[in-house]
Ligand binder design. Structure first.
Ligand code: 5RP
Length: 247
């Protein structure tokens, strides 16, 4: 086995150390022969690295990874992890992914990295979905933290979609903006060729399932970043150690 991340209590740890600790802990649940959902983001990246290490060492065998973004696909290919997709493997044994927000009911906000659609497609068909976060991601209620809730939209008349979304959540003091790419100053484009609208709520949006249904009923909306009831457990790494929250 390769080196494990250091014990949280031993030294002062930065946020990336905590992400790595959570990721390594989750990978302890990976068994040979599994079909694995490979998440996206700086936390999930550690899990993919770790899986590749264990495959190289022969500790794990016959893993099939289903990447949730082109970025994770590229990482996994570069590390030699065998890959497939949902067409060939419609049921996933275990998915491991990060999140932007986690609440006490294990509901999540995801997609600030822009990969929400593929993440939700893979994680919604996973028998187990382990979320890996550092403690900064814990919130009281998702959809009420004041931080971005991403919505993937069709580029056609995106401004119209933005206005409809903002109007729908006027009761929660919603504002929205089109996500722009920091690299080229143009709208940020997802792996699926769509745009992302980030919604910000001044007040709690209330019932998450109702909000989800209402968003998905709007023509032009592809998916939103609320992951309601999908996580089976959440591994939280903090200065005081690791906490595992389970449904
Ligand atoms: C990408 C995601 C990520 O999981 C989420 O943004 C967390 O990222 P990070 O681990 O870098 O904090 O949903 O679409």
């Amino acid at each position: 086995m390769g080196p494990s991340p250091v014990c949280p209590a031993a030294v002062s740890l930065n946020q990336d150390d905590l992400k790595k600790i959570a990721a390594y802990k989750a990978v302890e649940h990976v068994k040979s022969g599994m079909v694995l959902g490979l998440g996206t983001g700086s936390t999930a990246k550690h899990a993919v690295d770790r899986i590749a290490d264990l495959l190289r060492q022969g500790v794990l065998k016959d893993i099939v990874g289903i990447p949730t973004s082109t970025k994770t696909y590229d990482q996994a290919v570069s590390l030699g992890i065998p890959l497939s997709d949902l067409d060939s493997h419609p049921v996933v044994d275990l998915a491991i992914d990060g999140a932007d927000e986690v609440d006490s009911g294990l509901n999540l906000v995801k997609g600030r990295g822009g990969s929400l659609l593929r993440e939700k497609m893979v994680e919604s068909v996973s028998k187990k979905f382990i979320v890996i976060v550092d403690e900064s991601k814990l919130v009281k209620h998702v959809g009420g933290s004041g931080l971005a809730m991403p919505v993937e939209v069709i580029p056609f008349c995106w401004n119209h979609s933005l206005r409809r979304l903002v109007g729908m959540f006027a009761y929660a003091g919603c504002i929205g903006e089109l996500r722009m790419s920091v690299e080229n100053g143009k709208p940020s484009v997802t792996d699926n060729g769509n745009f992302v609208i980030d919604l910000y709520f001044e007040r709690d949006i209330g019932d998450l399932n109702e909000a989800s249904d209402a968003i998905l009923r709007l023509p032009g909306i592809v998916e939103h970043g609320m992951f309601i009831g999908l996580a089976t457990s959440v591994i939280v790494a903090g200065e005081e150690g690791i906490t595992v929250k389970t449904k």
